[in-house]
Design a binder for this molecule. Structure first.
Ligand code: DAH
Length: 348
């Protein structure tokens, strides 16, 4: 026992001489003296070798030593403040160089739909178009009736609509054409706008259809606006977006809000005129609908159709993004899988 008492005395002197200058030193101290394999534990282990009549005395000295070692630890810990968290298993803060720069946090990337929307908008801005927006919850007038789609018009079936339970006059807009109406109703002419936004249709979700997607609508109204203006504007647009070599063609089509109406195709950029499954062997891909604003639509919005004419167009952002990046499943845009999203680097 004498021997052990001398050892304890030695440890006390050692502890008194220790200077703790940081979390690492403190943790080293804790492991050496107070840890599960530390000196205090080991000394308690010696108890069983102490003769019975001396156990009491030795136990008291050992307890004092334990308290002494613990109090020292507490004092140092308090003086180091918040930097030290003590945890038996994994000492937080121990071994860390606080002066090193931190790990960079991932900042994410822009969604491909946003990238392409910004690019489309910026091209039209260069032509003098400004951006207008409108509500996604719309009334029947702005989404349908004013656009020459009166109640029971068969063309309403082209767009399966979500109606609000509370009021069947309210719906989720099926296209961004509602913004046309809202802008025309302001009667500030000329109008030269693009309207990007989200639209909704009651479709079964698949690789080629979704219950929501995005469009960019365009509208230009002034005196003497002609179909030639429409053509040239859209030609400039696709050349900026897809490159100088792209060709366009217009096919007659039908929209209730335009007359004449057309759909515009661009030459398939994937196969360069050879035919592939993106263009379904036709070498052309459809990218938008357009036409001259129907005089009835102008009148519905209080614009004199004898004085003013205009053109309008509407395109799906998903469709253009899929062509641009060769994406073959619409669902990828809304699943938010970072492995997909990380692949897009925004220049817009
Ligand atoms: N609103 C049409 C749709 O969602 C797209 C469209 C076609 C818009 C022709 C227009 C237009 O402004 O002139 O399918």
């Amino acid at each position: 026992m004498e021997n052990l008492l001398q050892q304890i005395e030695g440890y006390k002197q050692e502890i008194d001489a220790i200077e703790i200058n940081g979390a690492v030193a403190l943790e080293e101290y804790r492991i050496r003296f107070l840890g599960t394999k530390g000196i205090v534990k080991a000394l308690f282990g010696e108890m069983r070798n102490i003769p019975a009549d001396q156990k009491k005395e030795f136990g008291a000295i050992l307890n004092d030593f334990k308290l002494f070692a613990e109090r020292k630890f507490d004092t140092w810990k308090n003086s180091l403040g918040d930097l030290v968290t003590v945890n038996e298993e994994a000492p937080a803060g121990a071994g860390i160089d606080w002066t090193l720069p931190g790990d960079p946090s991932p900042i994410g990337s822009r969604h491909p739909i946003s990238i392409v929307r910004n690019e489309i908008v910026s091209i039209f801005r260069r032509l003098g178009f400004s951006v207008a927006e409108g509500p996604e919850i719309e009334d029947d007038w702005h989404n349908f009736t004013a656009l020459n789609l009166p109640e029971n018009h068969p063309a309403r079936d082209m767009q399966d609509t979500f109606y609000m339970n509370q009021n069947p006059d309210w719906l989720l807009r099926t296209h961004t054409s509602n913004v046309q109406v809202r802008e025309m109703e302001k009667h500030k002419l000329p109008i030269r706008i693009v309207c990007p936004g989200r639209v909704y249709r009651n479709e079964t979700i698949s690789a080629r259809a979704h219950c929501f997607f995005h469009q960019v609508e365009g509208l230009y109204i002034d005196e003497h606006v002609s179909f030639a203006d429409l053509k040239q504007t859209l030609y400039f647009f696709v050349q900026e977006l897809f490159g100088r070599e792209v060709k366009i063609r217009f096919r007659p089509s039908y929209f209730p809000f335009t007359e004449p109406s057309a759909e515009m195709d661009i030459s398939c950029l994937l196969c360069n005129g050879k035919g592939c499954n993106v263009c379904k062997q036709t070498t052309w891909v459809e990218i938008l609908g357009c036409g001259m604003v129907h005089p009835q639509v102008l009148e519905n919005c209080g614009i004199d159709s004898n004085k003013y004419t205009g053109f309008a167009f509407g395109m799906g952002i998903e469709r253009i993004t899929m062509l641009k990046y060769q994406i073959n499943d619409l669902r990828l845009f809304s699943e938010n899988d970072v492995r997909f999203l990380q692949q897009f680097t925004a220049t817009y």
